[in-house]
Design a protein around this ligand. Structure first.
Ligand code: FES
Length: 365
């Protein structure tokens, strides 16, 4: 009995093994896929069905190629018409009293909801200590159009009486068409000049032209979350074991920070994230990161996150308060003026004051 099935790809009939995904069928038929956006290649950064960057038309419907199974007689179209609306799995749409690394520090010290946040499924990293793993690897939720998500976010911001609207994840930047359209829709629904549209990101694919496009669409705040300045550290924290790819991600993220601070300082609030847990990154490297950032702009807000046991790294020990105070001092010693640290007692601000007692749910990143 034949184990092959017959499908059609872009008008050409072909035989493929039974039971494989659309992505694999495309690869077997000479289509290129990649983990970094490339021309003439299908971008497949998460491969868990969350981001829909890899979406193609399957029997006329948009479906993520990485998790959709083929069946006999299927028709696949890889070049999507311009008017096809992108989709992505997002969830949340709720008030947030802490914010992310790109939330201005003075707001974090207020005892109220300061943002509404939505979380995008799918990530190109595989951080063993992922703090949002339940959202990141979600593959079965509703895939929203940008307009649908923007309408829900606008309603949430009214409900929580805040003018800041954040998208986090997962990795929010993976599906570029979706994100740019979402930011544009949000801006159109919230034309008030006080409305802030905040993108939390690992910045690993945030190229200069992508930043320009997001700012043009209406992004006002961004939180690039850097994962060290040495490749070894980056690989340890992110779980991206393909070294050339990891290096590319890391370089893109640092370049994105530089580009944002040098070109959009007045227009976009940028707050940079730095990880800390002594099992993952040394104090010396944290200081090096501080020196690099201080050279770019000593006034940039830097927020250090105390990495705790989570997901597959349950043996990590959450840094103690005094360790985070040491991190704070080291970073201030590099000339950085706006350093805050997330600690077991709440956030420590630039002047070493602590917000002990602030309602403290899971920070976004
Ligand atoms: S790569 Fe397929 S959904 Fe993200």
């Amino acid at each position: 009995m034949s184990r092959n099935i017959s499908i059609e790809i872009d008008g050409t009939r072909t035989e493929i093994p039974k039971g494989i995904t659309v992505k694999r069928a495309l690869e077997l038929n000479g289509y290129k896929t990649s983990k970094y956006p490339e021309k003439d290649s299908i971008f497949t950064p998460c491969e868990t069905g969350g981001c829909w960057s890899c979406a193609v038309q399957v029997d006329g419907e948009l479906e993520p190629a990485c998790v959709t199974t083929t069946k006999d007689g299927l028709t696949i179209k890889t070049s999507l018409p311009e008017d096809v609306t992108p989709r992505r799995i997002v969830s949340g749409f709720s008030g947030h009293p802490v914010g992310g690394v790109g939330t201005p520090w003075w707001l974090k010290m207020e005892r109220r909801y300061i943002e509404t946040a939505v979380f995008a499924a799918g990530c190109n990293f595989r951080c063993p200590q992922c703090q949002n793993w339940d959202i990141t690897y979600q593959s079965s939720g509703k895939a929203y159009t940008p307009r649908e998500a923007a309408v829900l976010m606008t309603a949430a911001s009214k409900k929580y009486e805040v003018d800041r609207m954040a998208i986090s994840g997962g990795e929010s930047t993976l599906n570029r068409r979706w994100l740019v359209q979402y930011v544009r829709e949000l801006k159109a629904l919230n034309p008030d000049e006080n409305a802030r549209i905040h993108v939390d990101t690992n910045a690993s694919i945030l190229t200069e032209d992508y930043i320009d496009e997001l700012v043009g669409a209406g992004m006002t705040d961004v939180g690039p979350d850097l994962k060290g300045c040495h490749l070894e550290t980056f690989v340890r924290i992110t779980g991206v074991e393909d070294r050339p790819l990891a290096e590319r991600y890391q370089n893109t993220a640092w370049k994105a920070v530089k580009y944002l601070l040098q070109n959009y300082k007045e227009k976009v609030f940028t707050g940079v994230g730095i990880p800390y847990n002594k099992k993952l990154i040394s104090l010396r490297e944290v200081r090096e990161m501080g020196e690099k950032l201080s050279e770019i702009d000593p006034e940039v807000q830097v927020c250090v996150l105390d990495y705790r046991p989570e997901f597959k790294r349950l043996t990590l020990i959450k840094p103690r308060y005094h360790e985070m105070i040491e991190v704070h001092k080291r970073l201030r010693g590099t000339g950085l003026k706006t350093v805050l640290c997330q600690t077991e007692r709440g956030h420590v601000g630039p002047e070493l004051q602590c917000d002990e007692g602030l309602p403290h749910p899971q920070p976004r990143k």
